[in-house]
Ligand binder design. Sequence first.
Ligand SMILES: N[C@@H](CCC(=O)N[C@@H](CS)C(=O)NCC(=O)O)C(=O)O
Length: 202
Amino acid sequence: MKLIASLTSPYVRKIRVLLLEKGIPFELVLDSPWEATTHVPDFNPLGKVPALVTNDGEVFFDSPVIADYLETLGVYAPELPADAMECVRIRQIEALADGIVDAGVAWFLETRRPEDKQMPEAMERQRGKILRSLGELEKRIQGREWLRGDALSRADIAVGCALLWLDFRLGSFDWRSRHPGVAAFVARLSERPSFAQTVPVL
Ligand SMILES: N[C@@H](CCC(=O)N[C@@H](CS)C(=O)NCC(=O)O)C(=O)O
């Protein structure tokens, strides 16, 4: 199995962490979708990473679909629970985490524009999305070790990858001080070998 990946993408990191936690072997194929020479569109017409090529040559994207595909490979923890509603709740948190990244990317790209062309209100709009999501996560993590259930799940992995990516790309954004529960949770996640092995690098 091959994972078409960049070392900076938090969506890729979510899949790498999942694969490492599940102990599923894979080959990492590095390709930046932003480079003119990229082959990513050969795998994903949307030109985005991650894309996963199965051992049979079938390709899956985007990251929630890849994560669902991994569930079909057998019983490897962390796996989605048997209860369908609990799966929906885990995927809901994954969507929140991915949405934090979507907002963060929009904010980050705005900071990359020439200063006189940046739109403060556009950045503020994305910041608001992230702050509301953090508020929601802070409520959900209160008194709990994990966001759902009693063990690591895809929800925890997605949230960890999203928030640690904020540090990587929007380092001056202090999301921790007003969300101490989430901050402590992410600090615990960071200590896992799967997170330590997938720290984003430029
Ligand atoms: N919803 C997608 C998002 C993937 C995505 O946006 N990846 C970024 C890297 S962080 C990318 O490849 N961007 C290239 C582009 O937008 O052209 C997923 O979950 O896989």
